[in-house]
Design a protein around this ligand. Structure first.
Ligand SMILES: Nc1ncnc2c1ncn2[C@@H]1O[C@H](COP(=O)(O)OP(=O)(O)O)[C@@H](O)[C@H]1O
Ligand SMILES: [Mg+2]
Length: 198
């Protein structure tokens, strides 16, 4: 069993906490938190989304890949790639950068996010959860950011009564384009109001 404790914690989302793998610096382990703690549904949905992506896409370099389940001291965890900057630090989400980093090039971040979404749409890569906390930016030595999707559960967690965008290419593209526009708007909006969120 893998023992996870607070010094390994990277961050927490609505349904899962993300820990560094104690035995491998290139991996993370996600464990359920909150009211859904017992059922591990987010991790199962993410693994399912990941497997669907792998069936459709070749060469998907811009996501955190998933490797299956392990038993931890905090319950069953999903093992995924840990995205790190060239300098070795764990890469941060767009949210963490625009809210907490004093000097940040918002135009560059917006351009990177826009290009990332367009690339995914063009390749029909169905990742609908493109929000500020689900994309991390890997900082390269030259100051350029490379985006990675770290939360892949959106495809099968899409809150549609009839999940058309999971199966129809047309609706999937439309939906992802809405998400793209929303993401870009939010980058500016939250940057402007960052003090309220710190
Ligand atoms: N592969 C990863 N590399 C680095 N940080 C990650 C990774 N996966 C998740 N995180 C961090 O953990 C947070 C929560 O993970 P996420 O998978 O989005 O959980 P949730 O299902 O609760 O939204 C993310 O917002 C991000 O800060
Ligand atoms: Mg998330």
């Amino acid at each position: 069993m893998i023992v996870l404790d607070n010094h390994l914690l990277i961050n927490q989302g609505k349904t899962r906490a993300c820990y560094l793998h104690p035995g491998d610096k290139d991996l993370v382990i996600k464990v359920p938190v909150g009211s859904k703690k017992a059922d591990n549904r987010s991790n199962i949905t993410e693994l399912r989304g990941y497997q669907a992506l792998m069936r459709e896409q070749v060469d998907l370099f811009c996501i955190s890949h998933c490797y299956g389940f392990v038993t931890t001291s905090l319950g069953k965890g999903l093992v995924c790639d840990c995205i790190r900057d060239d300098g070795g630090a764990v890469s941060r989400t767009i949210w963490d950068i625009i809210i907490y980093q004093d000097d940040c090039d918002v135009d560059h971040i917006k351009a990177v996010a826009d290009a990332f979404c367009r690339f995914l749409i063009q390749r029909d890569t169905r990742l609908f959860d493109l929000n500020l906390k689900n994309i991390v930016l890997k900082l390269h030595k030259d100051g350029v950011y490379a985006p990675f999707a770290v939360d892949l559960k959106g495809r099968f967690d899409n809150k549609e009564t009839i999940p058309v965008s999971s199966y129809s290419r047309y609706f999937a593209r439309k939906k992802m384009d809405r998400r793209r526009r929303q993401l870009l708007e939010r980058i500016f909006l939250f940057r402007e109001k960052r003090v309220e969120w710190q």
